[in-house]
Design a protein around this ligand. Sequence first.
Ligand SMILES: Cc1ncc(COP(=O)(O)O)c(C=O)c1O
Length: 408
Amino acid sequence: MTEKIELPVDGDSTGRDLGTEELALLREAIESGHLTSTRGTFVPRLEEELAKVFGVDRAIACASGSAAVHTAVAAVDPAPGDEIITTPITDMGAITAILLQGAIPIFADVDPQSLNVTAETIRARITKHTKAIIATHLFGNPCDMDPIMALAKEHGIPVIEDAAQAPLATYKGRLIGSIGDIGCFSFQQSKHFTSGEGGIVLSNNEDYARRMFLFVNKAWGYGDAKPDHYFLAPNYRMTELQGAVLVPQLAKLPGVVERRHKTATLLSELIADLSHVEAPPVTPESKHVYWRYPLRVKMEGEGLDRLAGYIRERGVLCAPRYIQKPAFECQVIRDRVTFADSKWPWEGGHMAGRDPIVYDPKTFPGAYDGLAHVLVIPWNEFYTEEHVRAIAGVVREAEQDLLQSGAV
Ligand SMILES: Cc1ncc(COP(=O)(O)O)c(C=O)c1O
């Protein structure tokens, strides 16, 4: 058996670039005695610098990526029962964000190769109740945005980009997160830049930006002549401690992305000749930033598990089937477990006269196919060429083991 590979991981300092720069600003924040962002300096600095990097008018920091999506949904102000189209293959925080704002998630199918939503799959779900579209750039690979934006324009519907996994990814030269009406990012531990938890929303639309600023601040009109709590909103503020860590993290981001891109591209080259394992597709004219490296495996069930087991035993902590099942099969959505036994917002007076919302598995062939064949390999900016060659060797051996086992 090949020696076990020791890889940097994003759960500790082997795979996170947190050091003297972050410590210096953290010290400054702590010594200032002022840790809330309401009159802080680090969070406003992060917002300003990030807006500049993304070429947008406004960036508003918040508590998490889930909070970012919730804030974006709140900006488009759905009425109870309005529909928001999103992907069934994403983090649950991006879906509960819709429900918490009283809107109903409507899932578009995905392309089985990229696991991203497409204009065609979104089009099939648009109704007169559609209030917004969320385009999630899964694993760091951009959605094909031009047709999605054209479709949204045709229907007068805003597009929220969930770029939690895709900072500095590009589509036709444009930065992901700055193409739609609102962009969302996460600074959770495993992301390209991190403060453990945290998030941010971007927009060029003044009305959305104003509403998002208010939403993360209990809708208190800071700076207004006669401030009040204008509407229902949580406290989703980021702290100065997170801001102090994120200012240097943002400066490191281009290097992180370049290193991930370079090593992932090398792995794709090294496994290009394999017969049962394929490198992830990259959307044409796009740059994939590899939050994760999703292999497409041309077998499912026991074959996929055997391959994953072989790779895992050799130190590469891969995940077959990513999130295991589409979001609508998770208990919260399947059984509609929201506010006591109300099943709100799927049910309630606002739904009178409307057909019940049904998530029919038969209408998600791409999602089931994609999940059944994906093997997600963790990726990291500290992978060296040596690590990547070792990973490629293990994937190659795992395929040989599978072919010899007669499982294919
Ligand atoms: C695509 C996507 N959206 C939203 C989120 C939620 O972010 P957070 O964990 O920071 O709340 C995540 C987190 O993994 C994610 O991957």
